[in-house]
Design a protein around this ligand. Structure first.
Ligand code: PMP
Length: 415
């Protein structure tokens, strides 16, 4: 169980108690304590999530939805309860609006495929932004090749903030969808999605928000934000790999055709005519990850116990602390200086290649990510090949940041 105490005067979280929930954080790498700053790629798992998976396979394992026997009904109940937990976490109107997918990538591919089939024809346009992850670019390009749709791209300023004036100019009578990320996985920019959605709605255009980097770090209310689609990955929010969520407004999910065919998603099948299941099952072909769903729900309960607002405030403290310290390093270039920014720091130091920096930090037990971060068009806009990226979680500490800064200094002096 999580042990969270919100007592200390200057700390919103009892980080040491939280760290005790994550066994992997006790590991040593090359004989040094692991400092895990690769949370943007995936987060570590608290004991309760791993135990939920173990308990699921040991005690509640049977294929769901079709079984009359006890275990099948118990597994079905657990899976559908998990859906309700996710509905409540996002404040969706109905659990019919929660579709389980393999992750953000599959959720975007689902919408790209079904939305394009139903709502777009050659010459129609989708607006994305320059800071999208490949998973919110390539699915649209695949549809562009199939259907002749086109992409329009919102540019950004030198701080890494989207240019909303340019965004407003991108709308035409051919605009059918806006699909943008809530938080950039490279720059940390928290995009003004409420404004972006409002503007799209003024044109009668629906919006998809990629929540892969927001759901783990801030409270998200889909009714308040009002996007038509909102997607995220379980593994980035302390849940298991292989499960994610597509939230879609019921009227839109009703309207879209199925993405994949198979078991679960049908009402009846004959060689003459097949009818599809009701929501959300219409989009869940095949045996779903009914263990992963319950473990994801457990992860969401875990972060809710800590409190999303506490998480956001503490991670902001870490970001400010690390930014100030990084800025004291000679030759430091930080990419992403948005006024509203999540706990992600992308940087380069002098002429040191990001890969060399990452390799040498690794020898000190510090896990950071290097490269283009699946955002090559953004790298092109920045005129670089890649960065070093440190991305923080609520289980990270200022002491770890101190060690990280000393590590960067050490590498810098080597070059
Ligand atoms: N969008 C963003 C903003 C991301 O950061 C990521 C993961 N790096 C994805 C989409 C893709 O997520 P997944 O690989 O879990 O499908």
């Amino acid at each position: 169980m999580a042990s969270v105490i919100k007592t200390k005067k200057n700390a919103m979280l009892d980080v040491q108690a939280i760290r005790a929930d994550f066994p992997i954080l006790e590991h040593k790498i090359y004989d040094k304590p692991l400092i895990y700053f690769d949370n943007g790629a995936t987060t570590q798992k608290p004991r309760c999530v791993v135990e939920k998976i173990e308990n699921g396979y040991y005690n509640v394992n049977a294929n769901i939805h079709r079984g009359v026997h006890f275990l099948s009904q118990a597994a079905t109940e657990a899976h559908e309860e998990a859906r309700k937990t996710i509905q409540q976490f996002l404040n969706a109107r109905s659990s019919n609006e929660i579709v389980f997918t393999r992750g953000t990538t599959e959720a975007i591919n689902l919408v790209a495929s079904s939305f394009t089939d139903e709502c777009m024809s050659a010459g129609d346009e989708v607006i994305v932004s320059v800071m999208e992850h490949h998973s919110n670019i390539v699915p649209w390009q695949i549809q562009a090749a199939r259907k002749g749709i086109t992409l329009k791209v919102i540019p950004m300023n030198e701080k890494g903030e989207l240019n909303l004036d340019e965004y407003r100019k991108l709308f035409s009578e051919r605009t059918k969808l806006v699909s943008v990320t809530h938080v950039s996985n490279v720059l940390g920019t928290v995009n003004p999605v409420a404004e972006i959605i409002e503007e799209a709605h003024r044109h009668g255009v629906p919006v998809l928000i990629d929540g892969a980097q927001s759901v783990p770090h801030m409270s998200v209310d889909v009714q308040a934000l009002d996007p038509e689609f909102y997607v995220f990955s379980g593994h980035k929010v302390y849940g298991p790999t292989g499960i994610g969520v597509l939230y879609g407004k019921e009227e839109w999910l009703e309207k879209l055709p199925p993405y994949q065919g198979g078991g679960e998603m049908i009402a009846s099948v004959s060689f003459e005519k097949t009818t599809f299941n009701e929501l959300p099952f219409k989009f869940e072909a095949g045996t779903p990850d009914y263990i992963g769903s319950t473990a994801l729900a457990e992860a969401l309960r875990y972060v809710s116990r800590i409190g999303m607002d506490n998480i956001a405030a503490y991670e902001k403290e870490l970001l400010d602390y690390a930014t100030d310290k990084l800025n004291t390093i000679e030759g430091m270039r930080i990419f992403g200086q948005a006024a509203d920014k999540g706990a992600v720091l992308s940087f380069l130091v002098g002429n040191i290649h990001h890969y060399d920096m990452g390799m040498l930090l690794d020898r000190l037990g510090i896990a950071v990510r290097t490269g283009h971060h699946c955002a090559q068009p953004l790298m092109q806009a920045l005129g670089i090949e890649g960065t070093v990226r440190a991305s923080f979680s609520f289980y990270n500490t200022k002491e770890e940041i101190d060690t990280f800064i000393a590590g960067i200094e050490r590498v810098r002096k080597m070059f």
